[in-house]
Design a protein around this ligand. Structure first.
Ligand SMILES: C[S@@+](CC[C@H](N)C(=O)[O-])C[C@H]1O[C@@H](n2cnc3c(N)ncnc32)[C@H](O)[C@@H]1O
Length: 240
């Protein structure tokens, strides 16, 4: 779980979670499910706000970590397209950074519609890998390396389709907001940069030398305080 814990403890992560709660707009005592809850940061925060929260994740280790973080909440190990929840039992549904992992978003969103009561609120979101900006002296090479990163993800551009999927499923008042994280600390992104460059080599998009040169430049930018990455996350909300 340490990877998820690290991501949720990044400076922008708490702000993103707070934006998702504002979009949900739930009052004390409301029921809410956080699907793909990971290590349970959002479940714990929503429980502190007085909501009756249920955390769901397909990974039993995630649920174990989440249970420790939010001992008062309910938890289930389950897949997002088959939730162990009654029809129309939830006032709110939240799922962040899940859809890039799914082949097809529609069954998960249909399941959200089933468990939400009429008038209930949904908030979905995540990064769209097509938008990631990394400054570099060779922007074309950087774009190819970004494609490498996309190739390691099941549905790297799923987030931009969520507005369509919500509307197609029958949700109303669908709104899209962007939360942008600016990263100037190279160390914070170094593992992802390496993984993206390796993926681009594996896909034969670039040579090993290209990758090494690009990574050297990024590390040099880090040392000179010239590293810049911009990571937008889309939040898509609606009403059942
Ligand atoms: C990138 S993490 C996101 C965790 C948290 N929502 C966040 O924003 O930090 C993705 C989580 O989704 C879970 N997951 C992946 N596919 C799932 C599915 N179909 N149903 C439920 N959980 C799933 C993983 O086990 C993992 O905990």
């Amino acid at each position: 779980m340490s990877f998820l814990e690290r991501i949720e403890e990044r400076p922008g992560a708490a702000e993103l979670r707070a934006a998702s709660y504002r979009m949900l707009g739930l009052k004390r005592g409301a029921t809410c499910v956080d699907v793909a809850c990971g290590a349970g940061h959002a479940v714990a925060e929503l429980a502190k706000k007085g909501l009756k929260v249920t955390g769901v994740d397909a990974d039993p280790d995630a649920i174990e970590a989440a249970r420790e973080r939010a001992p008062g909440a309910m938890f289930h190990v389950a897949h997002s397209d088959e939730l162990p929840l009654e029809d129309e039992s939830m006032d709110g549904y939240r799922a962040l950074r899940l859809f890039h992992l799914l082949e097809d978003s529609a069954p998960t969103v249909a399941e959200a519609y089933r468990v939400l009561r009429p008038g209930g609120r949904i908030v979905l979101g995540g990064q769209d890998y097509g938008f990631v900006l990394i400054d570099s002296s060779d922007q074309d090479l950087t774009d190819v390396i970004r494609l490498g990163l996309e190739s390691r993800t099941v549905s790297p551009r799923a987030t931009r389709t969520l507005r369509d999927v919500l509307l197609d499923t029958g949700f109303t008042d669908v709104e899209v907001a962007v939360h942008t994280e600016v990263v100037t600390d190279y160390e914070q992104m170094a593992p992802q940069l390496k993984s993206a460059a390796e993926a681009a080599v594996d896909k034969a998009l670039i040579t090993r030398e290209d990758a090494a040169g690009w990574l050297r430049e990024q590390a040099g930018r880090g040392r000179r305080d010239r590293f810049l990455a911009v990571l937008p996350t889309l939040l898509v909300g609606g009403q059942r």
